[in-house]
Design a protein. Sequence first.
Length: 172
Amino acid sequence: MTNTTIETRNLDQYGNAALRWSQAQELLATESASKDVPFFLNTVRPDGRPHSAGIGAVWFSDALHFVSGPGTRKSRNLAENPACTVSVRLTGMDLVLEGDARRITDESTLDRVAARYRESGWPAQREGQAFTAPYTAPSGGPPPWYVYRVSLRAAHAVATVEPGGATRWTFS
């Protein structure tokens, strides 16, 4: 998110200070890719109905990345409409990311994302323009798996610990 303008809007109705985007980024960097931190991707079906699926995600190079098999509903939805949200409960913060998820095909970027997944314990390997591994989450579909990057338009967070707070960030 280098060279990005961030607008912060304090949504807290109790007088608490706005949450910091840097705090959300730090939590994403340290807690993503953990099997104990569930992420939920929300996409739109071609008929306009919502679709939600659990995903394993990593925060890498200032963006959220995830994998999905080409035949899965989420991949087919994103091929038609890249708009999505991703929800996650982090330590002390519930966070929703809004943006567009687009498939990554650049092999050097894929190699770096695969390395980040391996650091977290999932043995992903790049094979061409996708990933393979001995296993993945049941919602991932069969290999190979496409890799997606979420380009953020907005995010909002609610603190789940004192002193509290609620904030919306928009990115341009």
